[in-house]
Design a protein around this ligand. Structure first.
Ligand SMILES: [Zn+2]
Length: 176
């Protein structure tokens, strides 16, 4: 059942690809053979990925039944995932730290502007996981949004990364 969407996507791709096949045939037959080869390889690769994904056993719940029950009790309160301050139901942002806590912040027009702002603030001020993908993402997205002002943000961003690195190296001298 889960393979149905995959097949649908593949079908659409092949339909798009065959749409102008005659034109391609006359233009460059060798290139066409190459494209067919790549398409077959891509198909088998995708197929293997989905077969493998189907074989991965479902992981058990991280908590037991007791905690699950506590979470659903009426007096259980929602808290901010950053500062653990109680969050009013239906609110978009934490009143304490400004963290996005609403369910659809990133999808709501207008609200998502503030979510993006939060992401950029995190990049310039807060603790951040540091890997090549995150750094490249911050650089590219800030370039797209800030345009000519992006280098200003990059200075703040790299200063924050350096600060984080230093605080990891000497955790006893940095507090706060
Ligand atoms: Zn908070």
């Amino acid at each position: 059942m889960a393979r149905f969407p995959v097949l649908l996507v593949l079908l659409c791709c092949s339909r798009l690809w065959t749409a102008n096949i005659e034109q391609r045939m006359t233009r460059d037959p060798e290139r066409l053979v190459g494209e067919v080869g790549l398409a077959v390889l891509a198909f088998f690769f995708l197929w293997r990925v989905f077969v493998r994904a189907g074989q991965i056993p479902a992981s058990p719940d991280p908590w037991d039944k007791e905690i699950e029950k506590t979470l659903h009790e009426p007096e259980a309160v929602e808290v901010c995932h950053r500062c653990f301050d109680p969050v009013t139901p239906g609110s978009w942002f934490c009143k304490q730290c400004g963290c996005a806590v609403g369910p659809y912040n990133n999808l709501m027009p207008y609200i998502n502007v503030f979510s993006e702002g939060e992401v950029f603030r995190n990049g310039a001020n807060n603790k951040l996981r540091q890997n090549a993908l995150i750094i490249a993402g911050y650089l590219l997205v800030s370039l797209q949004l800030c345009n000519v002002f992006a280098p200003i943000y990059w200075i703040l961003f790299f200063r924050n990364l350096k600060r984080q690195k230093e605080s990891v190296e000497q955790p006893e001298t940095h507090h706060g």
